[in-house]
Write a protein that binds this ligand. Structure first.
Ligand code: GDP
Ligand code: MG
Length: 390
């Protein structure tokens, strides 16, 4: 039998951000390696190729854009997401799928601040990530003078986005050398983890609110039934609880609960979990559905929103949009078409922030403050927030 999950430390969701090839995945692997070698630790080492490929899910043909690893420091339990590509950051951060309590901004000491470095900081600000710790990576290969300049440049970037760049911890690391066990650099990864432990505060969790979990993935466990996975957005859930699956129009009972492959009796806001649902056919539920405490949520289709249309340089559209525009809306994990009615006169141009009314193609749980992404043809063209139900 698998060892049950025992909650001994507060749980936080954290992730690596930064430009492609600056070493996010290497650093993620190095963190698990360093922590797995601490005496008395409980962290398992997750090798590079397991973070980058997630082979099990790849075989099932599910599109994976989030790789989760877990680790534990002396004071905390972390779920850490390492997203493979830039488009995944935009989608997962804006829709809240990544739900980061804090972030490690990885910047190569050889290359400095690059376009995606700046975009991820901008995105983090927009989605309410309040604390960023900087890993100046590849410090093994950089020269001192250049590294100093890169540090200044990163602090300026953070300050420009309201992060207080002077106070942010900036730690020089080498994910690659730490992964190889070089003591100088394993110590640097330890220093980075200490900075995360002390600089990122414990988040406020809405554990008293009614349970809500947006479904990220659906799996079948032979002989046991249908399992949905995702991060608990609010409330708590226990084995034996009745739940409602919005989208599937079904009510059922939670018959099993796991986190990172270990059974647990009860999960709470912030936890990444798998829920085994009694008697629910595999094809009745899919990504984008929402599991809630029965009767606690009234889904809706119409809302008003404030939307930032990404500039062309940020990967957005080349042409303006007008009323009648019908893009895809990514709300939590749901992907729904919606009709746009602009509040202002005339078309809205890439780079502008505009007010609009949206009528979705189907009902989803909506509430003021909920973030979403606007996508078309598989790319993100805007990021918005629900201002009211209409
Ligand atoms: P990601 O795209 O940000 O996830 O970057 P990866 O972790 O895939 O690393 C990109 C490249 O940088 C790979 O060739 C790594 O071996 C190399 N790399 C990563 N970390 C370091 C480091 O600390 N020092 C050096 N010299 N190279 C590194
Ligand atoms: Mg990577």
């Amino acid at each position: 039998a698998k060892t049950p999950f025992v909650r001994t430390k507060p749980h936080l969701n954290i992730g690596t951000m930064g430009h492609v090839d600056h070493g996010k995945t290497t650093l993620t692997a190095a963190i698990t390696k360093v922590l797995s070698e601490r005496s008395g630790g409980t962290t398992s080492y997750v090798a590079l190729d397991r973070i980058d490929r997630a082979p099990e899910e790849a075989r099932r043909g599910i599109t994976i854009d989030l790789a989760h690893v877990e680790y534990e420091t002396g004071t905390r339990h972390y779920a850490h997401v390492d997203m493979p590509g830039h488009a995944d950051y935009v989608k997962n951060m804006v829709t809240g799928a990544a739900q980061l309590d804090g972030a490690i901004l990885v910047v190569s000491a050889l290359d400095g601040v690059m376009p995606q470095t700046a975009e991820h900081v901008l995105l983090a600000r927009q989605v309410g990530v309040d604390h960023i710790v900087v890993a100046l990576n590849k410090a093994d290969a950089g020269d001192e003078e250049l590294t100093e300049l890169v540090e200044l440049e990163v602090r300026e970037l953070l300050t420009a986005h309201g992060y207080g760049g002077d106070a942010a911890p900036v730690v020089r690391v080498s994910g690659l050398r730490a992964l190889k066990g070089d003591p100088r650099w394993t110590a640097a990864v330890e220093a980075l983890l200490d900075a995360v432990d002390t600089y990122v505060p414990l988040p406020v969790r809405y554990t008293d609110a009614p349970f809500l979990l947006p479904v990220e993935n659906v799996l079948t466990i032979t002989g046991r039934g249908t399992v949905v996975t995702g991060a608990v957005e609010r409330g708590t859930v226990s084995v034996g609880d009745r739940v409602q699956v919005l989208g599937a129009d079904a009510e059922t009972v939670v018959t099993g609960l796991e986190t990172f492959g270990r059974p647990m009796d009860s999960a709470e806001a912030g936890d990444n979990v798998a829920l085994l649902l009694r008697g629910l056919p595999r094809d009745a539920v899919r990504r984008g559905h929402v599991v809630v405490a029965p009767g606690s949520v009234q889904p809706a289709r119409r809302f008003t929103a404030r939307v930032h249309l990404l500039s062309t340089r940020e990967g957005g559209r080349r042409t303006p949009v007008s009323s009648g525009y019908r893009p895809q809306f990514y709300l939590r994990t749901a992907d729904v078409v919606g009709d746009v009615q602009l509040a202002g006169e005339g078309p809205a141009h890439p780079g502008e922030t505009v007010e609009m009314t949206v009528e979705l193609g189907r009902e989803v749980p909506l509430e003021p403050g909920l973030g979403f992404a606007v996508r078309e043809g598989g790319r993100t063209v805007g990021a918005g927030t629900v201002t009211a139900l209409a």
